[in-house]
Write a protein that binds this ligand. Structure first.
Ligand SMILES: [Zn+2]
Ligand SMILES: [Zn+2]
Length: 765
């Protein structure tokens, strides 16, 4: 405290270091305004560590500046640390934004695409604003980023906005540190920016206002392909059964659910039950598709998500969406524009070519998309899980534990739901969702993406991590590279490591890793694994009982084959065709598959896959004999569960064996008995889920005790089942174990690349 009569507190000068996501998010203009408001002199600049500030003025004002800096930061900034230290005042009275200090490599030069902010939405619908109804309005706090970037530094000439010269008014906003559009690279207006065009199904221009015509066509039942932020969507009225069924037929997509875009949160609320976390996700800047339980009276066509207990809903995230949804006034199906398994279309001519015959109209614009990016998919309950991490989240960096990687590295990921990961120091950049690496298009996204990320984040890989599966295209890509050190990482170890590293842990821990397929150390197909390990290495301490995978890949597409295999194993004789599969499976094919399963043929390799066990039970329960998309049988088995059922089946957990074995042969026999006695699929499904959860918990508790660890990681695609994840994680927590579940990356193979990076980094440290 200053005593009365003492000299007024004098001038002070402080140097403030701010780290986190503070570049390209309007942080410097924010600092400029704050300093101006408080009457402070000094400067702000970007450097390789983040933002550096020096401020000078009255001691009170300096204190207030530091106190407000963190809590009033711009919406897209993520402030990790604010460190202030005293400096000697030098009499600086004015404040300036100084040029960035170059030479060093910034850690976060490019941020994710962000939903239109409230200020821009207000201007969009304000008839007095010069951007009234301009479908490409944006500012420093919102708009496209990652999808328009061609290179670094992140500056207009190196974005797909390069060909649009700013008009005088836009330029004045862009140059004014006090303006919301200061250095907003995609800044534009109707005078100088991108514009919309409407094309017929044959690609010919349609006269009139493109938006009004599109809205009218949609209301009349048309299917319109709409160019968005990360690619083309196919849109149509969600409530019209005829229209949605037509879209399914044209897209050759039989069952996989379509995502919806609702005009408002209120409408979204009428489609699905929303908890507070889901609401936050729906309205937050990344604006993903949020999966939530569908309301029984949801006004959507049955064809939107046949047999699914959840609907995937999102809210408008671009100004174009806001205008269109406001004009149509109804919920739209908004699904990636592609044909069955191809990746989302994002290049104009290619989109027109590929979607000919699917879309009645094309609503296009002339701002190119640099990187194809799908909508992200998340679920809030029972806990936050990301099923697809892409637009809105990518290219946000994750940390690697400890000192990170001593050498720059690339991790190539797996085959399905591929992502790759580049890492330098303690930072890891996981790519957008590439998709299933099974055709030329996705493979090109993969190779182009690696090059693009390498340039953006200045990573020239010296070390390359890859899966052990020799046939994965991602593995082949890695093995073809010259002059790099290769590190092979076992698939399920990568799952375990990804989960640990995301939580800043290095292990050792127990991992219960359940998925469909992963190449095992013994060359067999793993997928129901208990691993004890850290980031460097692991031991397989338990698994599901091995069974034949009759016909390899075909057994994945035809769950009835797994039903036959498990039955053959459980009965130890040729099983009769269950009544639930009669008429759906040719009895001769059934007998053939039995011989394949029983005969130890190379066409029926051994597998411990948990995903395939779920498939087998889904087939036995009569829910699904063949699938149309990955994971469909398990998804429908979960959806069928009778929530009132409290029973379960016998299952053997051989905890004294090394490695431990979960033997579900009794379970299979009990399922067959239930089928024979006419028990409903819902009861069977629920009993089976409860059985697997119980066995998993029993195995985890036994293994954690035997190996002296209290940390359990749950991962792998099978844990996309909310029922299984919830019951297992709750019971493990009740047993006093610390449960880790992936939260920032998918539990499915979308998280593999990061796990490979974590293993490679740890093994070099
Ligand atoms: Zn904005
Ligand atoms: Zn302009």
């Amino acid at each position: 405290m200053n005593a009365v009569g003492a000299p007024a507190r004098g001038r002070r000068r402080a140097r403030v270091r701010v780290t986190g996501t503070v570049q390209g998010v309007g942080f410097r203009p924010y600092v400029y305004r704050l300093a101006g408001e408080l009457g402070l002199g000094g400067y702000v600049l970007n450097d390789s560590h983040g933002v550096l500030i020096e401020i000078e003025g009255s001691a009170d004002a300096v204190d207030r500046f530091v106190a407000r800096l963190r809590c009033e930061a711009p919406p897209l900034a993520v402030v990790e640390q604010v460190l202030a230290e005293e400096r000697v005042p030098c009499g600086e009275g004015s404040f300036a934004i100084r040029d960035s200090v170059g030479g060093q490599v910034p850690d976060a030069p490019v941020t994710p695409d962000t939903a239109t902010c409230e200020d821009c939405v207000r201007e969009l619908f304000d008839p007095a604003d010069r951007r009234f109804r301009y479908p490409f309005i944006n500012c420093t706090n919102c708009g496209p980023r990652f999808t328009i970037v061609r290179g670094v530094p992140y500056d207009r000439p190196l974005t797909t906005m390069a060909s649009f010269a700013m008009c005088a008014e836009c330029r004045a906003e862009y140059d004014d540190p006090a303006d919301r559009r200061f250095h907003a690279q995609p800044n534009a207006c109707p005078e100088c920016g991108a514009s919309l065009r409407l094309l017929s199904g044959r690609g010919e221009p349609v006269a009139g206002d493109p938006l009004a015509a599109t809205a009218a066509a949609l209301r009349a039942g048309a299917i319109v392909s709409i160019k968005g932020i990360g690619g083309y969507h196919l849109a149509c009225l969600a409530a019209s059964e005829r229209t949605v069924a037509g879209l399914r037929a044209r897209k050759h997509r039989e069952d996989k659910p379509f995502a919806l875009m609702a005009p408002s949160l209120t409408v979204a609320d009428s489609l699905v039950s929303l908890d507070p976390v889901s609401r936050g996700l729906l309205t937050g800047p990344p604006r993903p598709i949020v999966l939530a339980p569908r309301r029984p009276d949801a006004p959507v066509a049955d064809s939107v998500a046949p047999g699914a207990p959840e609907l995937g809903v999102m809210l408008p995230y671009s100004p174009l969406h806001h205008l269109l949804l406001a004009d149509v006034g109804e919920t739209l199906v908004m699904t990636s524009a592609n044909v069955s398994d191809e990746p989302i279309a994002f290049v104009d001519d290619d989109a027109l070519e590929r979607l000919r015959g699917i879309a009645d109209l094309f609503l296009v614009h002339d701002r190119p998309i640099q990187t194809r990016t799908d909508d992200s998919v998340v679920r809030a309950s029972p806990r936050l899980t990301i099923l697809r991490r892409s637009r809105g989240y990518v290219p946000g960096a994750l940390s690697l534990p400890g000192a990170g990687t001593p050498r720059p590295l690339l991790a190539c990921g797996a085959e399905l739901k591929n992502t790759f990961c580049l890492a330098r120091g303690s930072r890891a950049w996981v790519s957008h969702h590439i998709g299933d690496l099974e055709n030329y298009e996705t493979l090109r996204s993969f190779t182009d993406g690696i090059e693009h990320f390498g340039a953006l984040f200045a990573v020239e890989p010296e070390v390359v991590a890859h899966d052990l599966h020799p046939e994965y295209l991602s593995t082949k890509y890695a093995l073809d590279l010259d002059g790099v050190e290769l590190i092979g990482v076992q698939h399920h170890h990568a799952h375990l490591a990804a989960c640990l590293a995301e939580h800043g842990e290095r292990g050792p821990a127990l991992g219960a890793i359940f998925d469909g397929t992963g190449y095992g150390l013994d060359g067999t197909v793993w997928g129901g694994e208990f691993l004890l390990g850290d980031l460097r290495s692991f031991r397989r301490v338990g698994s599901l009982l091995p069974v034949a995978l009759p016909g390899g890949e075909r057994a994945i597409r035809q769950p009835w084959r797994m039903a036959c295999s498990w039955l053959s194993c459980a009965l130890d004789r040729e099983p009769g065709l269950p009544s639930t599969l009669a008429g759906r499976v040719d009895p001769r094919a059934w007998a053939q598959v039995h011989r394949l399963a029983a005969g130890g043929s190379p066409a029926a390799p051994a597998t411990t896959s948990m995903g395939r066990l779920f498939d087998a039970v889904a087939a036995l329960a009569g829910i699904r004999a063949e699938i149309n998309y990955e994971g469909q049988a398990a998804i429908e088995l979960e959806a069928a569960c009778d929530s009132g059922e409290r029973g379960s089946y016998p299952i053997a957990v051989h905890a004294a064996d090394h490695p431990l074995v979960i033997d579900p042969r009794e379970t299979i026999r009990a399922v067959v008995a239930d089928v024979a006695s006419g028990e409903s699929a819902g009861v069977i499904a629920r009993r089976f889920h409860r059985t697997i959860a119980r066995a998993t918990v029993e195995a985890c508790v036994a293994l954690a005790g035997a190996h002296g660890t209290s940390m359990v990681a749950l991962s792998g695609g099978v844990f996309q089942s909310r029922l299984l994840l919830e019951s297992v994680s709750d019971a493990l927590a009740d047993a006093g174990l610390r449960v880790l579940v992936p939260e920032r990356l998918p539990v499915n193979d979308g998280g593999i690349a990061y796990g490979q990076a974590a293993v490679a980094a740890a093994s070099m440290a």
